[in-house]
Design a protein around this ligand. Structure first.
Ligand code: ZN
Ligand code: ZN
Length: 217
């Protein structure tokens, strides 16, 4: 069975996810935004963190990556489009009140279509730019789960006014890459509660079926 555990971390209340196969004990951490000791605790007592993934490179999603990488020995991966954010982390973290940070060492870049194994389960990397150039979503097709980062929220969408953001790309990512995954897919966003893709397709005021095409946050 695939197990999902959550920790809300850091000054921006970012969702860090632990996704684990209860059969093999293998786990991945998605978006290690800080508070590494608490995140390590999510894996206790059953699971072993074998990989650390970031949906994108904003500080609130990668602040804890280097500490977690050091303490677990697990490789850290992110899309190459967001590498500039990784390099800029120490300066941005200080400016946003996160405190001192080191840029995480990237073991390998994620690319659209990559398969990520979590024990006996598999996730696919979907490039979903718009909130940031290298934003990705992680889809577990057989488990009907999606980790959407800051691309899609319950009743909202990610902001596009940060460096490299693009509103047209964001709406295209959601409508053309995420909604076709299926109405029954449960999604877990980078902030706040999740839901199902069907609920967002029907009711999301920015990107749902009835959203006025000109309206955007
Ligand atoms: Zn973000
Ligand atoms: Zn965020």
């Amino acid at each position: 069975m695939l197990v999902v555990r959550q920790a809300v971390v850091g000054p921006f209340a970012e969702n860090t996810w632990l996704v684990a196969d209860s059969g093999t004990g293998d786990a991945v951490v998605i978006d290690p935004g800080g508070e590494a000791t608490r995140v390590l605790g999510l894996a206790q007592p059953d699971f072993r963190i074998v990989r650390i993934l970031a949906t994108h490179g904003h500080v609130d999603h990668i602040f804890g990556a280097e500490e977690l990488r050091r303490r677990t020995g697990a490789p850290f991966q992110i899309h190459a489009g967001d590498e500039p954010f990784v390099r800029a982390l120490p300066g941005q973290a200080a400016g946003l009140g996160f405190g001192p940070a080191r840029s995480p060492e990237v073991s390998a870049f994620l690319a659209d279509g990559d398969a990520i194994r979590v024990g006996g389960h598999e996730a696919r990397v979907i490039h979903t730019p718009g909130h940031s150039p290298g934003g990705v979503s992680l889809h577990f097709p057989a488990d009907r789960l999606l980790f959407a980062g800051d691309t899609l929220f319950a009743g909202s969408v990610g902001r596009t006014d940060l460096p490299g953001g693009n509103a047209t790309e964001l709406l295209g990512s959601i409508r053309e890459r995420l909604f076709p995954l299926g109405d029954d897919v449960r999604f877990f966003p980078g902030h706040g509660p999740g839901g199902t893709l069907g609920e967002e397709r029907r009711r999301n005021p920015y990107v749902g079926d009835d959203a006025p095409r000109g309206r955007f946050p």
